[in-house]
Each structure stands twice: as structure tokens, then as C-alpha cells.
Design a protein around this ligand. Structure first.
Ligand code: SAH
Length: 345
């Protein structure tokens, strides 16, 4: 078991066998998650006996950065990260006016099967462990010598289907003895796994939720997102409303604009109707339009800029807060839906 899979509470239980002072757990946690040491013997304020026992029982290793791609258009960088079992995942570092943001993957591949997305092409190999979620942040910060302010869980994978590890990740990354990144600066994107949204709500974490909506009705959604056969928009929206009432965090609806599939003016009007009819005015939400990014395995086309603006104008005219997502890292296949899993052969 990798030692970085444990929350501070769990480490406390592990160390309880040693009958140590309580602050020793905190010291260990700081070494692991703030200083991010690869070798426990660097933790010189812990006894040699403790270090040796931990070394025997736990794995202290981290994945490695395998390759870096730098965008020539903007400041985006994409990283291939080599996991200890030879799988490779992708993560993206983006620079904004407010600071740095990292987009992390939650699984090796994905099995949601959305027809426009590259992450799902080879299926899903496995969930990422907590330490592999964390390592994406730790390694990218280290190599760039920066501290990130925001995290988006929007890379490969469906985070709510790796629920327990994602929740542990959130707790550890938020811990004041580690990176201390605020929950409010973390956004989790889901294709809408209703029972998991309900479970997340119960934890009352103030993270931001984004729903991959991509269609103004269930029929169009089913054509591009197989998960729509399992969960109806009505039920997803109900779960989201309850989520909002609990966290009070604005919800984002992501809408990937695909030419001739969901980008017509009629689709925009139907989307307005859907949102207005589904949510009372107390629910704070916005729509984030994502012009579809190129994936070579499918034939989907990006709408023209005029069509994108026309779609946005319909939503604006009905007072729905609408933004168009910037397409960062396009030249390095680092944009939404372009991340993939691979393997070191
Ligand atoms: N599984 C999660 C998170 C990963 S995807 C989810 O479904 O939300 C992050 C976002 O990128 C989602 O909104 C996804 O639908 C979108 N996306 C996928 N492929 C895309 C593409 N080719 N162009 C633009 N956005 C895409």
C-alpha cells in the first residue's frame, strides 16, 4: 500500500501502534504531502525505528513525469505521467490571470463511452489510487516550481465512479498540513451519476460541481452519451438541486457544442426552457459552452464562431449566465476531451 493513500486520520491510526506523541503524525503528513519527499529517510525528525518499520510496510514511491508538451499558442503544458504499473495518464497545467490550475485525470481511461471524447476510446483500465490523484498535482508543481490555486477534476475518467479515492484526495489536498488548497477552488465534473451526486452531497464538501449536460433533452443526450440511458435529466437535476441547497455553490452546466448535433438555435431555446423549468430561481447556475475539440477517431465538427455566438446570445437574452470555454492547449491535444490513457510498452 502506498503511504500517500492515507488521510491524516488514517495515519494517526497507523502510528498508534508506536505509542508516539500526537504531533508525530502531523510531522509525517507534512513530509509526505507538503514537502513531498520520495525517501522517508529525509524525514530526520522521525526516529530511525519508525522510519524503518514504515519502509518495510509501505510504499513511498511516486509516479514519474514521462513527457512534457508545451503549447506554442498559450502557456498550457500537458504532462504524461507514468504510473508504477506502466500505465500512462495525462494531466494539464493552465495559467490564468488568477494563478495556475491543474486538470487531473481520475481513472486510467474511461468507460462512459461519450461519442465525442477521446478519453473513452480504449475503455477504462482501472481507478486511480489516492496517491496517483495527488501525484499529478505534486509532480507538476515540482517540475514548474509553482503552487497551483485551482484544481479541476476534468481529465480522463468519471470521478464519481472512483468515489472513495476522490473523497480522500479532496481531504488530503485540502489539509492545512499539506497543500492546503481550498475546496472552493476545486471543481469536479461528472456525466451525472445520480446516486453518487447524492452521496457526495451528504459529505457537505464545498467543492464546485459541473455537470456534462451537452444536450437540451434526453433523446439527444442518449445519442451522444450512453449514460443518459441510465439516468434521466429530471433525476439528475433533482439531485443537483439538492446538492446546491446543501453546498450553496454555483453549479456549472457544461455544454459541448457539436455542429448539427446540438448547436442549433432551436436547441438553445430548448435548453433555456429546460433550465428555467427545472430550477427555481434560488438555484445559482451557469452554462459553460465548449466548442467541441477535435478527436481524430470521430467526425464531429466544431460549429462556426457565428453559430457559437448565436447560441450564446439566446441564453444571454434569457438571463442565463453563459461563458465560452477557452480552448487552452489545443495544439498539444490538451483541451477538454482530448486526454487519453496509454501504456509504456
Ligand atoms: N467524466 C467527467 C469528467 C471528464 S470530461 C464528465 O463527463 O464530466 C471533462 C469535460 O470535457 C466534460 O464536460 C466532457 O464532456 C468534455 N468533453 C469531452 N470530449 C470533448 C470534446 N471532444 N470537446 C470538448 N469537450 C469535451
Amino acid at each position: 500500500m502506498n503511504i500517500r493513500n492515507y488521510t491524516i486520520k488514517e495515519l494517526e491510526t497507523i502510528l498508534s501502534d508506536f505509542e508516539l506523541e500526537k504531533y508525530r503524525t502531523k510531522q509525517l503528513f507534512i513530509w509526505l504531502h507538503k514537502n513531498v519527499i520520495g525517501d522517508i529517510d529525509k524525514a530526520t525528525n522521525l526516529s530511525k525505528r519508525l522510519r524503518n518499520t514504515l519502509k518495510e510496510k509501505y510504499d513511498f514511491s511516486l509516479p514519474k513525469i514521462y513527457k512534457e508538451y508545451k503549447s506554442k499558442i498559450d502557456d498550457t503544458k500537458k504532462y504524461l505521467i507514468l504510473l508504477n504499473d506502466g500505465n500512462i495518464i495525462e494531466s494539464v497545467l493552465m495559467k490564468y490571470s488568477f494563478g495556475y490550475s491543474i486538470c487531473i485525470s481520475s481513472q486510467v481511461g474511461c468507460n462512459m463511452g461519450c461519442s465525442f471524447c477521446a478519453s473513452t476510446i480504449g475503455g477504462m483500465k482501472r481507478n486511480l489510487e489516492t496517491y496517483e490523484l495527488l501525484a499529478q498535482i505534486y509532480l507538476i508543481q515540482q517540475i514548474n516550481n509553482v503552487k497551483v490555486s485551482n484544481i479541476v477534476i476534468m481529465g480522463s475518467g468519471e470521478p464519481l465512479l472512483n468515489f472513495d479515492n476522490i473523497v480522500k484526495f479532496l481531504n488530503i489536498i485540502n489539509d492545512e498540513n499539506g497543500q492546503n488548497i481550498g475546496m472552493r477552488n476545486i471543481t469536479l465534473s461528472t456525466c451525472g451519476i445520480v446516486p453518487k451526486i447524492e452521496e457526495l452531497k451528504k459529505l457537505e464538501l464545498p467543492i464546485n460541481l459541473a455537470l456534462s449536460l451537452h444536450a437540451p433533452n434526453d433523446d439527444i443526450r442518449k445519442k451522444i452519451m450512453p449514460i443518459a440511458n441510465k439516468y434521466k435529466l429530471k433525476d439528475i437535476f433533482y439531485a443537483i438541486e439538492k446538492y446546491f441547497e446543501c453546498t450553496n455553490r454555483r453549479v456549472t452546466f457544461e455544454y459541448c457544442l457539436i455542429k448539427d448535433i446540438n448547436d442549433g438555435k432551436n436547441n438553445a431555446l430548448e435548453l433555456v426552457k429546460l433550465l428555467k423549468n427545472s430550477f427555481d430561481s434560488h438555484v445559482d447556475y451557469n452554462v459553460n459552452l465548449i466548442p467541441v475539440n477535435v478527436v481524430k477517431e470521430n467526425n464531429y465538427k466544431r460549429p462556426s464562431n457565428d453559430d457559437i455566438m448565436e447560441f450564446k446570445n439566446v441564453l444571454d437574452a434569457h438571463n442565463i449566465i453563459t461563458t465560452i470555454r477557452r480552448e487552452l492547449g489545443k495544439d498539444i491535444s490538451g483541451s477538454c476531451g482530448q486526454l487519453r490513457a496509454s501504456e509504456l510498452i
